[in-house]
Design a protein around this ligand. Structure first.
Ligand code: KIV
Length: 272
């Protein structure tokens, strides 16, 4: 039976903090459209992220930088229509919040008004803290994002593990505390040493969700298309592939092509 059939208790920021307190791990996956949002929600995920990774997996860009506010809003609206239980977090795209806090708030309000998502995710610590505080002051919950921040890829020059050196690790810890003190309800840590991620999760009272950050954090997030094998050319060490949907689709489509060519499809029962 679908979890939507009766009495759905939605995942809220408060519920996530309770989960951390009792040691229950939090599950999170991306989705970018209605059908995938519905499937992921029905399967019982806690958080759905309309991530700006859509720039890569949905639009075919090399980085997350080109995706626009309008495109993120279009995708988030579609996901929200399919979700009944999970919390829906929407990524603020590159350029929509780094300028100044007034612009950041305007972008944030637009996303919330037009998509009906539950909250927003922003990349960065001290550099964007004014924007974080201003958005929070409007009653919009924020999930932080530290470690590897793909919107800053042109600064890093590569997608290698971040915060391996002490100076960067210390800044990450400071930023995590800053985000918690400002009022963020959770933080994503991407591609950093497992020990550092565990330390941050122990020091913070808000949930810490990892991607490539080891098992010592409060939850895990992956990009849906990578974990179900719709994409095949991205294979970092932290990725576990739970299915090979690209293989299944290839086979099904090749079968269909062959049936159309041979005249096997449609048969007598498949017509009016
Ligand atoms: O956009 C995204 O998919 C993300 C996850 C990698 C956390 O930010």
């Amino acid at each position: 039976m679908s979890i939507h059939a009766e009495n759905i208790r939605r995942v809220t920021t408060q519920r996530l903090i309770e989960m951390k307190k009792r040691g229950e791990k939090i599950s999170m996956l991306t989705a970018y459209d209605f059908t995938m949002g519905t499937i992921v929600d029905n399967a019982g995920i806690d958080i759905i992220l309309v991530g700006d990774s859509a720039s890569n997996v949905m639009c075919g860009h090399l980085t997350t930088l080109p995706i626009t506010l309008e495109q993120m809003i279009f995708m988030a609206k579609s996901v929200v229509r399919g979700v009944k239980r999970a919390m829906v977090v929407v990524d603020m795209p590159f350029g929509s919040y780094q300028g100044n806090s007034k612009e950041a708030l305007a972008s944030a309000i637009r996303i919330m008004k037009e998509t009906h998502g539950d909250c927003l995710k922003l990349e960065g610590g001290e550099e964007i803290i004014e924007s974080v505080k201003r958005i929070l002051s409007a009653g919009i919950p924020i999930m932080g994002h530290l470690g590897l921040m793909p919107q800053s890829i042109n600064k890093y020059g590569s997608y290698t593990v971040r915060a391996k050196e002490q100076e960067e690790a210390e800044k990450l810890i400071r930023d995590a505390h800053l985000l918690e003190e400002a009022g963020c309800f959770a933080i994503v840590l991407e591609k950093i040493p497992a020990k550092l991620a565990e330390q941050v999760a122990l020091e913070l009272t808000i949930p810490v969700i990892g991607i490539g950050a080891g098992g010592g954090v409060d939850g895990q997030v992956l990009v849906l298309h990578d974990m179900i094998g719709l994409t095949q050319d991205f294979s970092p060490r932290f990725l576990r592939r739970y299915a090979n949907l690209q293989g299944i689709m290839n086979e099904a489509i090749a079968h269909y092509v062959s049936d159309v060519k041979s005249g096997d499809f449609p048969n007598a029962k498949e017509q009016y």
